[in-house]
Design a protein around this ligand. Structure first.
Ligand code: SAH
Ligand code: SF4
Ligand code: F3S
Length: 437
C-alpha cells in the first residue's frame, strides 16, 4: 500500500521553500504524494513564530489532530520550523501535545529521514539546530510553485532588530556558495522555470569570498534564457548604489523592490535597532526611483511598537505617502519572549494599536488602488502561474507584483502573456490577451 504525506506550512517564503525541501526528503524515503491530512501517513507542521498569532494558529491545528492520531495506527506527526527552535518550545510542545512523534529544527530538515527511521524504535525523537553545525545543503526540493522557483542564498540573520525572534530561532547568518547557487539557477532555468526568487533574511549582506550580493545578482541575471529574477528581503541599511546599478543593468531583474521600513519615525527605528533614519530610508527609495523610472517599492510596517506616540505613528502614515509604496505587509507589534523589545516599558494598548493598523491599512490601500487604476488601458506582461476555477480565469503576476487575471481557452501556465488591462481592483488587474503579431 502506498504511503503519503501532508505538510502544513505557516510563515514566510523561506518556510514555503523549506516545505518543498521537506517534501523532497519524504519522497526520497518512499512517501509518494501530498494528500489531505485525513489520508496522510505522516503529517508535518512547518511552523512560524514571528508573531503570537502565528503560534496560536499552529497550536490550534496541531491540537485538532489528537483524535486522528488515536484512530489511525502508525500515523506520524512531526513538528518543525521556527517555533520548534524557540527557547523552551520543544519542551512545551512535548507536554502540551504528547502525541507528537518528531520535533525537528529549521536546520534539521535533511535529518528527517533518519528521524523517521529512529521513530520506529523510540517513543519520540527530537533534533534541534545547534549553531556550531555548518549549514547542510543538497536536499532536492520537491517544488510546488512552478513557474516560480525559490533559491536560498543566505540562512539565518545577524541583525537583531529588537522586536524580532528570527535571529534566535534561525541562528547566525551564513551564505551559500555562489557556485552552488548559480548551478541551481542554471538547472532551474534549463528545466523551464521562468521566475527565480533569491531568498535570505537580508540578501544584501550576502558574501562568498569576493562575491557580494550585487555581484551574485549580476551573475544570476546573466544566465541565458527568458526568466525573471526577484529577491527578498533587502535590509535598507545595506541597500547600495552598486545594487541599484545591477538592477538597472538587467531587464530580467524586476523593478520591484521589497524594502521593509518598519516605521516612519527615526526614534522608533532607533529603538528597533534598524540602523537607519527616516531620512536615510527615503533617500534610498528616491535614488532607486530616480535611477529606474517606473520602479515600485513595497514594504513591511509595524504599528504600536513600545512607546510609539500618536505623532510617531503619523510619521509612518506620512512615510506611506512620501515613499509611495505600492503595497505593504502591515503588522501590530507582537512581543516575543527573549527579544529586547519584549522587555521594554511603554506597551501600547490593544485598542490604540487596532485603530492605528486600521488607519495604516486604509492609507496603503489608497496607494494600491490609485496605482492599479493608472494601469487601466495599458498593456502588461504577466507570467501565467495558475488557473482560478472559481473565476474561470488564468492568473499571473505582472513585473511590478500585481496579479493579472485573463480568460483564455488553452492552458498558458508557465508562459509570458501580454494583456491589456480593462479593470483594476486593489492589487488585482483584469484584462484581455493581446497576442503579439
Ligand atoms: N528579514 C526580513 C523579514 C522578517 S519577518 C526583514 O528584515 O525584513 C517579516 C516581517 O514581520 C518583518 O519585516 C516585520 O515587519 C514583521 N515582524 C517581525 N517581528 C515582529 C513582531 N514581533 N511583531 C510584529 N511584526 C513583526
Ligand atoms: Fe528579523 Fe531584522 Fe533579521 Fe529581518 S533583519 S529577520 S526583521 S532581525
Ligand atoms: Fe519565516 Fe516565521 Fe520563521 S516569518 S523565518 S517562518 S519565524
Amino acid at each position: 500500500m502506498s504511503m503519503n504525506y501532508c505538510i502544513v506550512t505557516y510563515g514566510c517564503q523561506m518556510n514555503l521553500h523549506e516545505s518543498e525541501k521537506i517534501a523532497g526528503v519524504l519522497r526520497s524515503v518512499g512517501y509518494e504524494k501530498e494528500v489531505p491530512q485525513e489520508e496522510a501517513d505522516i503529517i508535518v507542521f512547518n511552523t512560524c513564530c514571528i508573531r503570537e498569532h502565528a503560534e496560536n494558529h499552529a497550536f490550534g491545528n496541531i491540537g485538532a489532530l489528537k483524535k486522528l492520531k488515536k484512530q489511525k495506527k502508525g500515523l506520524i506527526i512531526a513538528v518543525g520550523g521556527c517555533m520548534a527552535q524557540e527557547q523552551g518550545k520543544a519542551q512545551f510542545l512535548k507536554q502540551k501535545f504528547p502525541f507528537i512523534d518528531i520535533i525537528f529544527g529549521t536546520h534539521n530538515i535533511f535529518e528527517l529521514a533518519s528521524l523517521i527511521e529512529r521513530k520506529k524504535s523510540e517513543k519520540r525523537v527530537v533534533s534541534l539546530y545547534d549553531d556550531r553545525k555548518e549549514i547542510e545543503d543538497g536536499a532536492s526540493p520537491c517544488r510546488t510553485s512552478y513557474p516560480n522557483a525559490w533559491v536560498n542564498i543566505t540562512y539565518g540573520c545577524n541583525n537583531f532588530c529588537t522586536y524580532c525572534i528570527v535571529p534566535y530561532v534561525r541562528g547566525r547568518e551564513k551564505s551559500r556558495s555562489a557556485d552552488l547557487i548559480l548551478e541551481e539557477v542554471r538547472a532551474l532555468v534549463a528545466k523551464g522555470y521562468k521566475e527565480i526568487t533569491l531568498l535570505g533574511q537580508n540578501v544584501n549582506s550576502y558574501r562568498d569570498g569576493d562575491v557580494d550580493f550585487p555581484e551574485l545578482l549580476d551573475r544570476v541575471a546573466s544566465v541565458e534564457g527568458k526568466f525573471r529574477v526577484r529577491f527578498m528581503t533587502s535590509h535598507p541599511k545595506d541597500f547600495s548604489e552598486k545594487l541599484i546599478a545591477v538592477i538597472k543593468k538587467h531587464d530580467k531583474i524586476l523593478n520591484l523592490l521589497h524594502l521593509p521600513a518598519q516605521s516612519g519615525s527615526s526614534r522608533i527605528l532607533r529603538l528597533m535597532n534598524r540602523r537607519y533614519t527616516r531620512e536615510e530610508y527615503l533617500a534610498k527609495v528616491r535614488r532607486f526611483k530616480e535611477e529606474i523610472p517606473g520602479a515600485e517599492v513595497t514594504t513591511d510596517l509595524i504599528v504600536a511598537f513600545p512607546t510609539e506616540t500618536e505623532e510617531e505613528f503619523e510619521e509612518t502614515l506620512s512615510l506611506v505617502k512620501e515613499a509611495d509604496f505600492s503595497s505593504a505587509f502591515m503588522f501590530v507589534y507582537s512581543p516575543r519572549t527573549g527579544t529586547k523589545a519584549a522587555e521594554m516599558a511603554g506597551r501600547v494598548d490593544a485598542e490604540t494599536a487596532r485603530s492605528r493598523i486600521t488607519r495604516l491599512i486604509a492609507a496603503v490601500n489608497e496607494n494600491t488602488r490609485r496605482k492599479s487604476e493608472a494601469l487601466v488601458g495599458q498593456t502588461v506582461e504577466v507570467l501565467c502561474e495558475d488557473y482560478d476555477e472559481k473565476r474561470g480565469l488564468y492568473l499571473g503576476r505582472e513585473p511590478l507584483g500585481r496579479m493579472g487575471y485573463f480568460a483564455c481557452d488553452r492552458d498558458r501556465i508557465g508562459e509570458f502573456v501580454t494583456i491589456k488591462v480593462t479593470k483594476a481592483n486593489g492589487v488585482s488587474l483584469y484584462g484581455e490577451i493581446c497576442e503579439r503579431a
